[in-house]
Design a protein around this ligand. Structure first.
Ligand SMILES: [Zn+2]
Length: 278
């Protein structure tokens, strides 16, 4: 699996993993408007300019991660079931198992054209700041039972259930979070869509993050579609034509007024002359 186009380099998939919480606490790594989701999937890619993920991982732009929120839905997710049904076989640390191949594309949301993007870091040590993050706006849904399997099966050291394996959001520090779509602030949201506006990973009380988010919005950071561009061009053309027409009407009217007053004065003078003569 590769990411081709859209970024300055092409990337090859290396691994995927999950972050989750517990039955009482959500465990996604990203938050949107401080809202955390039950879980998150990360598909880690490395730049094809490097031989391996090891060579790429500490280089600027060396890694690209596709991320999606996992939330609870009414139905069993058949693609995820192909992983989750084997989780009991690796519940102890260090165990591994081979599973039949399947289309891992199905682990991601259907709509891959609506996403947040920013430059960030790995969320596990050594937390290299080398990641092009792409976080999809559409979420993936697991049934309540599937979420419970994800949250309660794998054990860490000393027989503790491995839960809440996420890193806290970091400050934006002036970085812009871009969106591939217009954020419908106050508008209606489609089913399964993460809430807007497009501010990802703001640290609580970090006003900079909000300014940055709005900056990305306001500075036209969305990828404009051809339709949008044409609309802007025709809008500007219409505006220029309207202004030119108004200027023309004004000039014509003032010339007519001038002509009108000149005519009157001429007639008036003539009449006066006549009267004086009489
Ligand atoms: Zn991760």
């Amino acid at each position: 699996m590769m990411i081709v186009g859209g970024l300055s380099q092409d990337y090859r998939a290396a691994q995927l993993h999950f972050h989750w919480g517990s039955s009482s606490s959500p465990g996604s790594e990203h938050t949107v408007n401080a809202q955390r989701f039950p879980g998150e999937i990360h598909v880690v890619h490395y730049s094809m300019e490097y031989e391996s993920i090891n060579d790429a991982k500490n280089q600027p732009g060396g890694l690209a991660v596709l991320a999606a929120f996992i939330q609870e839905g009414p139905e069993l997710n058949p693609t995820y079931e192909q992983l989750l049904s084997h989780l009991r076989e690796v519940e102890e640390e260090g165990k591994s198992i081979e599973i039949p191949g399947f289309d891992i594309h199905g682990l991601l949301p259907q709509r891959l054209d609506r996403y947040y993007r920013y430059n960030g870091s790995l969320t596990t040590p050594p937390c290299y700041q080398s990641v092009n993050w792409t976080l999809f706006n559409q979420t993936v849904s697991l049934s309540q039972e599937q979420l419970a399997v994800l949250e309660n099966t794998v054990h860490s050291e000393h027989d503790h259930i491995l839960q809440l394996n996420f890193r806290e959001p970091q400050r934006l520090n002036g970085r812009h979070v871009l969106t591939s779509f217009k954020s419908p602030i106050g508008g209606r949201r489609g089913p399964g869509a993460a809430p807007d506006p497009a501010v990802v990973s703001p640290a609580p009380g970090d006003s900079t993050s909000h300014r940055s988010g709005q900056g990305a919005e306001g500075s036209g950071a969305h990828a404009l579609s051809t339709g949008d561009m044409l609309a802007v061009i025709f809008g500007v053309l219409f505006g220029v034509t309207a202004v030119a027409f108004l200027v023309y009407v004004r000039k014509t009217r003032s010339r007519n007024q001038r002509l009108g007053s000149e005519n009157k004065s001429v007639i008036y003078k003539a009449a006066t002359t006549d009267e004086n003569l009489a």
